[in-house]
Design a binder for this molecule. Structure first.
Ligand code: FAD
Length: 317
């Protein structure tokens, strides 16, 4: 079933979460066992991230370095099939512009349609870690509104190179990303909002936000998005802080602020166990306030820490 249908039919706030595919060479079953307790909260859907290639340097015996392209977390499509099989749950694979041309995108969408996936989250992706600037793949999309257009085109039976005939119509429900604290490349919030609107105009049916730790930022975002004439559901993305390292890493990777009150609590912590406790309590308070605000769904970024999300959800659902 589609994410939007789950939201329409829900009698109370839904619980959902995002997982990362295991690193290449690690077991999928271990990961599935790890998230299995989260099924206690009846998630109607689970997101599975997509990871583009990264470049690594291999040293040869003659001392020369070879630049090699590798995908460290492959398997998004297969994981979706495994999740549907094992937990009878809907899945939302993420689809990226970066690293893919339109033909590859079309092929992955056909695979997803054939295994019964009805939802996708359409994203631009970032530059590979070793490169500073996002450059679209040759024959690929530059921005996610173009990717949304391709997916919606297939929902109307439009395929690449088959322009004269209408083909089989897929029926994907397309979600897109939104940034309560602005996307880091956007010169202004208004600019970012304009292109969020472009994604919605292209056919996106719901928005999932980047993580945030200050609910006021989400409330203000929702206000501005509504004022821009966007009416689709806005699902807040949440992540409980679990380690001291994340205090510096999360703001630098995701371009977000940690509120003073949270920082005051975190600075008192002597070790990761104490940080995790503060992170869980903060996420519980955030979640409860968002439920009261009337959000359609609370979406948690597990980042391989399903037990922490379980603790938060136990206090909220
Ligand atoms: P876009 O919507 O394309 O926007 C990118 C930037 O360009 C913004 O600054 C925007 O204002 C601007 N812009 C947009 N359209 C135009 C246009 N037509 N002309 C000019 N400027 C424009 N990354 C992954 O690699 N894998 C994942 O699985 C993944 N999952 C994510 C899930 C969520 C919920 C979120 C919030 C992010 C996720 N990301 C993931 C990260 C995401 O790929 C990055 O944040 C990326 O930098 C932007 O993606 P986007 O789809 O928001 O980009």
């Amino acid at each position: 079933m589609k994410v939007t249908e789950h939201i329409k039919q829900a009698k109370s706030t839904l619980f959902s979460f995002e997982i990362l595919p295991p690193l290449k060479g690690q077991s999928l079953n271990d990961m599935l066992d790890g998230i299995s307790p989260l099924m206690d909260f009846n998630p109607p859907f689970i997101d599975v991230t997509y990871h583009r290639e990264e470049y690594i340097y291999k040293k040869h015996s003659n001392g020369l370095l070879e630049k090699v392209s590798t995908r460290k977390r492959p398997g998004t499509v297969g994981i979706c099939a495994a999740l549907m099989n094992r937990f009878n749950v809907d899945t939302v694979p993420h689809i990226l512009c970066g690293g893919f041309n339109k033909e590859e995108t079309e092929n992955v969408l056909i695979d997803l349609n054939f295994i019964g996936v009805e939802n996708v989250l359409a994203l631009r992706g970032d530059a590979p870690k070793s490169e500073g600037r996002f450059v679209p793949e040759e024959g690929g999309h530059h921005y996610s509104n173009e990717l949304v257009e391709q997916i919606v085109g297939m929902n109307h039976g439009r395929y690449l190179h088959e322009e004269t005939e209408t083909g089989f119509q897929t029926d994907f429900c397309v979600g897109v990303a939104g940034y309560p604290e602005k996307h880091f490349e956007a010169p202004s919030f208004k600019f970012d909002l304009k292109y969020l609107k472009a994604k919605v105009d292209a056919g996106a049916e719901y928005i999932v936000t980047q993580m945030f730790f200050d609910n006021q930022k989400y409330f203000e975002f929702v206000k501005q998005v509504r004022e821009a004439g966007i009416t689709i559901p806005i699902i807040p993305g949440l992540k409980p802080i679990t380690t001291l390292r994340q205090i510096t890493v999360l703001p630098s990777i995701f371009f977000l602020d940690l509120p003073d009150q949270l920082m005051d609590e975190l600075e008192k912590c002597k070790d990761n166990a104490a940080v995790r406790q503060v992170g869980i309590e903060w996420a519980i308070q955030q979640s409860k306030e968002l439920v009261e605000f009337g959000v359609p769904c609370l979406h948690y970024y597990t980042m391989s820490k399903a037990s922490t999300v379980h603790k938060v959800a136990s206090a909220v659902f």
